[in-house]
Ligand binder design. Sequence first.
Ligand SMILES: [Zn+2]
Length: 318
Amino acid sequence: MYISTIFRNKKSCAKISVLFAAAALALGGCSGESGGGVPNDTLPFTAKDDSTELSDTEDNNTPDTDMPPESAGIDTQGELTLPETFFEPEPSPAHKSWYKYAEDGGYPAAIMYHLILDKPYNSETDLFVSPVSFAETLAILNAHDYVYVFADEYAKNDKKSVALTFDDGYEDNYTNMFPILKEYGAKATIFLIADSIGTEGYLTEAQIREMAESGLVKFGSHTKTHRNLTELDEQDLRHEFSESQKIIEKLSGQRCDSIAYPGGQYNSSVMKIASEYYDFAYTTKSPNSVFEYSEMNIPRHYGARSLSAERLLEIIEY
Ligand SMILES: [Zn+2]
């Protein structure tokens, strides 16, 4: 365990900032130029984000601390701040899709899902993507030569790449999503709430093992209890990170090197401590709404029910 801790600490001080995307948009330069035909995946986030997800995972409903897209890149908590001199890569606007414009390859487009289910069972309908729509998305990604990467393979790729991610670990991820994944030869990462495993509505240990053994699914952490991390002290944060990691690694037989912050709630302290346990951390912020990110606050597109496969592709490739 000691060795493992040392290994995990290797990145604790790393802050790999990647100047990102939405510069012109977020600065107000081009949002008015969309003319209706330009994708804007910030829309789902203006109303709600992961913090509104199913109440049965919530001990208490804490307010969403995510800032609105217009100011999402400004981390007032300290660690990540806007560069003093604002650099706008060519071509402008910088929030064009990564693979098209990165000289040495692009980063994967991460997509956040929750449930693959025909009928929503609560009012947060965008969390529920129909199986047909999900299959269409994989078909269109395959047709456009995307390769799939796991959440802990987030790195520049000279191919178009996508990281399919699922938060919370609902049972439909096995019953509905997994068969579609196999059909299309895709890969996905499921962020598990360790304490929810095996409880009603969530993945069972046997389902997790079977998916892990398939090689198509990897499991990340969504913490132990799904509490708002910004309200925890250091001891509790470490407990959430380390305990969930141990449980998931033991169960899946895989390294658990990635995490998604519950409710998308994080700050610089959360990021710093998380980096001692994980190599990659995912948020609920849209890639088109942040200026700058590190491997500890990776933005994700929202795989919402209301988005068609074609529309989602448009957004990813924008
Ligand atoms: Zn969640």
